[in-house]
Design a protein around this ligand. Structure first.
Ligand code: GLU
Length: 310
């Protein structure tokens, strides 16, 4: 029975990959308001939007302002205005993570009840000094697992991870495997400053918003097995993942809003849309397209996953 259900789902995915309607598809774009929208985030927005629309699906917008420290004033509104100018049309209201603390607290509590969470009072410096380095930064060696080492007033909450692999499914790359114990370590769910961590927030929101397809930049590829593991613990279904190629600057670094990478110009959407479309390996549009609306009228049915560069 399980096998039959699985093969049915896989068949539906293959159909969606060819741009035919996939019933129930719900995608999303989830920018962090840490600066203006730049080419890299435009490419992620375009990829997730085109993939959703080609499948006849919905596309939600979520403002990932969970990290109040990194937020730039006015950035959230500027991102929304820019997306509008570029012709993106989202379904429903924008969800703001800054208003979702009760939902994150409930998920955290469920994990606490299962005895999977412990307080950690190690400082960042101490973690750096004690931990091995892994593919996603320092691997926390679990020092506070047996009880906090010091009675410090401020502590983070960490998830106890098992010594085993977590596996995420990426529609282009196939299985993405990561050994939780060796490569990630016990990771933070609530930070020392009391803010909920991205990994927890994104998993709760994707589940509660009923997201079926997460299309985003490849910088988050190695976060995905951790997110899948959290979904399993919380009893959520895992969405499909599709990680897009990352736009790099001339020095080979990821473009980042925080580093004030050149923002896209909301007054001239078409050239940037065409550039992002090309960057994602898609077939060239006809030259007579004159504006963003014309671009979308042509592009929505022409998105092809198989053309994406790795
Ligand atoms: N908020 C994240 C970012 O702007 C994206 C998170 C996600 O798509 O899962 O990089």
């Amino acid at each position: 029975m399980v096998t039959r259900v699985d093969s049915h789902i896989v068949a539906a995915q293959l159909v969606a990959a060819e741009g035919v309607a996939a019933p129930g598809y719900r995608g999303r774009f989830a920018p962090s308001p840490t600066g203006a929208l730049h080419f890299g985030s435009l490419a992620a927005a375009l990829g997730s939007y085109a993939d959703a629309r080609a499948a006849g699906g919905e596309w939600l917008l979520r403002m990932e302002d969970v990290d109040r420290q990194r937020e730039r004033r006015g950035a959230a509104d500027a991102i929304l205005r820019t997306l509008e100018a570029f012709g993106f049309q989202w379904d429903g209201e924008v969800l703001y993570q800054s208003q979702r603390d009760p939902a994150y607290a409930a998920a955290l509590e469920a994990l606490q009840r299962a005895d999977l969470v412990y307080p950690c009072c190690c400082t960042r410096k101490e973690v750096q000094a004690m931990g091995r380095s892994g593919p996603e930064g320092v691997v926390y060696p679990g020092t506070c697992r047996v009880g906090p080492r010091f009675a410090r007033a401020r502590y983070a909450l960490r998830l106890r991870v098992p010594q085993r692999e977590a596996v995420a499914q990426d529609l282009r790359r196939g299985a993405v495997r990561q050994h939780l114990g060796r490569e990630v370590g016990d990771f933070v769910l609530r930070r020392v400053d009391g803010l909920f961590a991205y990994q927890l927030a994104v998993v709760v929101d994707d589940a509660e918003q009923g997201v079926t397809h997460v299309v985003r930049g490849a910088d988050l590829l190695l976060s995905t097995p951790r997110q899948v593991y959290l979904q399993q613990l919380l009893g959520y279904a895992s969405p499909w993942y599709l990680h897009l190629p990352l736009a790099l600057d001339a020095a080979g670094r990821k473009l980042s809003k925080q580093d004030a990478a050149a923002p896209v110009d909301p007054a001239r959407p078409l050239p940037a849309l065409l550039q992002a479309w090309r960057f994602l390996g898609q077939a060239p549009p006809p030259t007579e397209i004159g504006d963003a609306a014309g671009f979308w009228a042509w592009a929505e049915a022409r998105w092809e996953r198989r053309r994406l560069p790795m």
